[in-house]
Design a protein around this ligand. Structure first.
Ligand code: BGC
Length: 348
């Protein structure tokens, strides 16, 4: 089902698509491919919207910290927005201090996507299309992107990304849902329990650019190999937590890059019993503990969002990979098709 959600300043109509399958309800905007609402039941069958967002297009355009959005061309940060590919230097849009974040000021999250619904066996879904022209936000090559949101018969939400280019470029798309499994206006997620199948993470400098070698999580607040709450080590006086005001780091997933999605993380809200289990083809996971939510935004449920009211689990290649030869490559060349997939499975 498709309904008019609002209009951009230039009159462009923004639609909201609603899907339901296997007990999961998803609402998606043609602006930014934004997941505006994602409802799942708790252990007693009561539904809640577990994804932060707004109830109107104006707030998404004016001040969204990427709530529910598709991110690209390059997820997370690139040092000073610069990289060199095949001997040629590029400068992409700088929008986060001196660095580039999430593809620049007008990334995938601020573009209007063409959407086509589909049904295939027991799956229902949406295909989202966006073509980023050569030079957009400073990136080389015309990048044709297709993102597929699928709700399976079991209620899993799967994202498939595909992209092709006509010139060598870099690409690293992701999805920026802010999760609160107790419901988007229910307060802090510090009691949620998280497990991440990663023995290392990439420490950052004060601009949140990876610096030095990936470091072992053992003996640090970054060790989520065994389930623990978000709050347990969040306030430890660790230099890496100071830089980011909490967790905002890339975990180096033990499984590495895989052809098919493999298990990487579980999030659980003990109060509602809702769980999220994730698998991906990607080598990295950015776990961001909602540090920059500061009580200035009013969400879908009519409450203000404060620090720690949600967390993001962004599957990706590592930040600043174009400048780090030792990281898995984000280069895409003409004739190749970029592919990645992430699956979110819900339980209660
Ligand atoms: C980044 C944060 C940033 C947030 C946007 C996350 O992916 O890692 O540093 O503040 O996106 O609100």
């Amino acid at each position: 089902m498709k309904e008019l959600f609002g209009r951009l300043a230039d009159g462009t109509k923004i639609y909201r698509w609603s899907l339901e399958n296997g007990g999961t309800r998803l609402k998606v905007l043609s602006y930014g491919g934004i997941v505006q609402s994602l409802e799942i039941p708790d252990s007693r069958g009561r539904y809640a919207n577990v994804s932060l967002g707004f109830d109107n297009i104006e707030d998404y355009v004016a001040s969204s910290p990427y709530f529910g959005a598709l991110i690209g061309r390059y997820g997370n940060r690139m040092d000073k927005g610069r990289f060199t590919l095949d001997g040629k230097a590029y400068q992409v849009d700088v929008n986060d201090g001196e660095n580039s974040l999430h593809g620049g000021a007008r990334g995938f999250d601020k573009q209007v996507w063409d959407i086509e619904p589909f049904t295939e066996g027991s799956d229902v879904g949406l295909n989202l299309y966006y073509t980023s022209v050569d030079g957009e936000m400073g990136f080389p090559g015309t990048l044709k992107t297709k993102v597929t949101y699928t709700l399976t018969g079991q209620g899993d939400w799967r994202i498939d990304y595909e992209a092709t280019t006509d010139e060598a470029t870099v690409v690293n798309p992701t999805s920026h849902v802010y999760w609160n499994l107790a419901g988007e206006s229910s307060g802090s997620v510090h009691d949620h329990e998280l497990t991440i199948a990663a023995s290392r993470y990439t420490p950052v400098d004060k601009g949140l650019i990876p610096a030095g070698e990936p470091a072992p999580v053992a003996g640090t607040p970054f060790d989520f190999r065994v389930k623990k709450t978000i709050g347990e080590n969040l306030r430890e006086a660790h230099q890496q937590l100071l830089y980011a005001k909490g967790f905002d780091h890339n975990w180096v997933l033990d499984k590495g890059v895989t052809a098919q999605p493999e298990y990487i993380a579980t999030l659980c809200d003990p109060s509602s019993g809702r769980t999220l289990s994730m698998s991906t083809t990607e080598p990295g996971l950015q776990f961001y503990s909602g540090n920059f939510l500061d009580g200035t935004l009013v969400g879908t449920g009519g409450t203000i969002y404060r620090q720690g009211d949600a967390l993001c689990l962004e599957t990706q290649h590592f930040p600043d990979s174009p400048n780090k030869a030792e990281f898995p490559s984000t280069t895409l060349r003409p004739g190749q098709t970029y592919r990645s997939a992430t699956v979110h499975s819900f339980g209660r």
